[in-house]
Design a protein around this ligand. Structure first.
Ligand SMILES: [Zn+2]
Ligand SMILES: [Zn+2]
Ligand SMILES: [Zn+2]
Length: 313
C-alpha cells in the first residue's frame, strides 16, 4: 500500500508507491485509455477529468496530521487526478483553438478550487509531463493534479524566500523579479501580453527553463478567473517555441500556487517550464553536482537561450 515516509536527512516526505511500478505503458495508439469511447472516458467531451487509476495518493485512507517530529510513516492520503486536455489523441496544445485553450484553463481552475477546499489537503499541485524524453507513458495530451497532505519541498523553499523579502522589504519577490526583467538591458522576456509575461529567468537552473508570471499580484488561478484564455495563450506560445526549437517537444510544466490552508499574502502565482534538453536534441542529464549536491550547473547562457526562443517563431 502507498504510504509516506519522513526523510529526516532532507526534512521532506517521500511518497512510497511500490505497486505503481507495474502501471501500464501505452503500446499502441488504438489502446489509448484517454481517447473517447474507452471504459472510463465514454461519451462526448472536450476536456475530461478522471481519477488517476494508479494514484500515488489516495483519499480513502483519510487525512493524517503529518509532523516529521512525531509521524515518521503514514498512509499516503491525497487525491490524484488526470485532466485529459483534448479528445483528439494527437492534438497537442500548439495547434489548439482558443475555445479549447479556454476550456482547459477553466478545468484547471475548477479542479483547483474543488481540491483546494478538501479537508486535509495542504497543497494542490497541477502539472504536465510532456514527451518521451521525460518518460511520458501516454502520448494523449493530458495534465495531472496531485492534491497533497503536505507542502512540497520546492514550494517550501520558495515560500521561505518570498516571505523573507515580504517581511524585510514589504515587497513581493516575484513582483521584484518581473520589474527587474522588464528593466534589464538584455531582454530575457519571451512574450508580454496585457496581463502576463514569460521569461527565461536571470537565475535559470536549466537551459530552457521558462517562467510565466501574471503581472498582477495574484496568489492562485482563482484570482485570474477573467484572464484564463490569455494565460492559456501564453502557455501555448511557449509550447510552440519549444516545438520549433527541439527535435522532439518535451517539457515539464508546473503551476506554483499558494498553499491550501492559511493566508499567503506574499505569494505570487506562476508557471514554470523545465524542458529536459540542453540543445535541440541532447538531453541535459542531472549529474553528480546537481543530484549529489543540489547545485545546478547551467551550461548555456539564459540570455542566449532567451534570444533563441524569442526568434523561434
Ligand atoms: Zn488517445
Ligand atoms: Zn507579486
Ligand atoms: Zn516557482
Amino acid at each position: 500500500m502507498s504510504h509516506v515516509r519522513w526523510n529526516p536527512m532532507l526534512g521532506e516526505w517521500v511518497i512510497v508507491t511500490p505497486k505503481r511500478a507495474s502501471r501500464p505503458f501505452q503500446k499502441k495508439d488504438h489502446q489509448c485509455p484517454f481517447c473517447p469511447g474507452q471504459e472510463e472516458t465514454k461519451g462526448d467531451w472536450r476536456v475530461l477529468t478522471l481519477e488517476n487509476r494508479f494514484p500515488a495518493l489516495s483519499p480513502d485512507v483519510g487525512p493524517v496530521p503529518l509532523d516529521g517530529d512525531i509521524v515518521m510513516e503514514a498512509p499516503a492520503f491525497g487525491i490524484c487526478k488526470v485532466i485529459i486536455t483534448s479528445p483528439e489523441h494527437d492534438n497537442q496544445i500548439e495547434n489548439m483553438p482558443d475555445e479549447q485553450l479556454e476550456l482547459i484553463m477553466k478545468e484547471y481552475l475548477r479542479v483547483f478550487k474543488e481540491l483546494d477546499k478538501t479537508k486535509g489537503i495542504e497543497y494542490v499541485f497541477q502539472f504536465e509531463n510532456r514527451g518521451k524524453a521525460i518518460g511520458v507513458s501516454l502520448n494523449h495530451p493530458h495534465a495531472q493534479v496531485y492534491a497533497m497532505p503536505f507542502i512540497p519541498p520546492r514550494i517550501s523553499r520558495e515560500i521561505t524566500q518570498a516571505r523573507k523579502i515580504w517581511e524585510r522589504e514589504d515587497e513581493c519577490m516575484v513582483c521584484q523579479i518581473i520589474e527587474n526583467e522588464q528593466k534589464s538591458a538584455t531582454s530575457r522576456i519571451i512574450k508580454k501580453s496585457e496581463n502576463f509575461i514569460s521569461v527565461v529567468p536571470f537565475f535559470a537552473r536549466l537551459p530552457y527553463e521558462v517562467h510565466i508570471y501574471p503581472l498582477s499580484h495574484a496568489s492562485s488561478l482563482a484570482e485570474l478567473e477573467g484572464q484564463l484564455l490569455e494565460l492559456g495563450r501564453m502557455i501555448q506560445d511557449i509550447a510552440r517555441r519549444y516545438d520549433a526549437v527541439f527535435d522532439e517537444n518535451a517539457y515539464i510544466m508546473a503551476f506554483h500556487t499558494r498553499p491550501s490552508s492559511g493566508t499567503h499574502p506574499y505569494w505570487h502565482f506562476h508557471i514554470e517550464f523545465y524542458p529536459p534538453w540542453r540543445d535541440k536534441s541532447r538531453i541535459k542529464y542531472l549529474g553528480g553536482v546537481e543530484t549529489g549536491s543540489f547545485t545546478y550547473t547551467n551550461d548555456s547562457s539564459p540570455e542566449e537561450i532567451a534570444k533563441e526562443l524569442q526568434e523561434a517563431l
